[in-house]
Design a protein. Structure first.
Length: 180
């Protein structure tokens, strides 16, 4: 592999760091949007009706509303685009295990199973680190995979790094499609 050859990473399974960054960005976006929408409704309520609708932000109603908002954000984004805003920023896409487009049903199963992956000390996430295809429990239950996807442009690793990786592995790197 020459110094001008670059490793293509589009289509490869996403690792733990990029998935963690996407999750943190997603939760920040979802909570930020929730706060902005709640503030907008509160302002509207004060102007039109003369009273606040926000109330206490520590009550059960607030927690349920936030959980419903995060659920709709995750499920809606995956069902429509196959990625959330956080995944899009990091360059990730959720696909079916065979590499084809995600269905709305799979997006629903994945979103419902997502908290289960965290439930028992995060053991459902172990597959991201140790599984060959970097699939967590929620990926397995929904039969999905998370891959690098930069749309119409290829994501490339700089030439020197590609050369180093090729020498370490003793092989040429190629783009791979997700497998089930």
């Amino acid at each position: 592999m020459s110094a001008r050859t670059r490793l293509q990473i589009t289509g490869h399974y996403a690792g733990v760091v990029s998935r963690a960054v996407a999750a943190v960005v997603d939760f920040a976006i979802a909570i930020g949007l929730f706060t902005a929408v709640l503030a907008g409704f509160d302002l509207f309520s004060r102007v039109v009706f003369g009273g606040s609708i926000a109330g206490s932000r520590t009550g059960l109603g607030y927690v349920v509303a936030l959980a419903a908002w995060v659920f709709l954000y995750m499920w809606g984004s995956l069902a429509v685009a196959g990625r959330t805003m956080g995944k899009g920023i990091v360059g990730l896409r959720v696909v079916r295990a065979d590499g084809s487009a995600l269905t709305g049903r799979q997006a629903l199963i994945r979103t419902v199973a997502y908290p289960i992956s965290f439930a028992i000390l995060g053991l459902g996430l172990v597959g991201i680190v140790f599984d060959r295809y970097h699939r967590a429990l929620h990926d397995r239950l929904a039969r999905t995979a998370v891959v690098y996807d930069w749309g119409g442009r290829a994501a490339e690793v700089p030439g020197p790094l590609s050369d180093f990786l090729a020498r370490r592995a003793g092989t040429e790197y190629t783009t791979t499609a997700p497998r089930s």
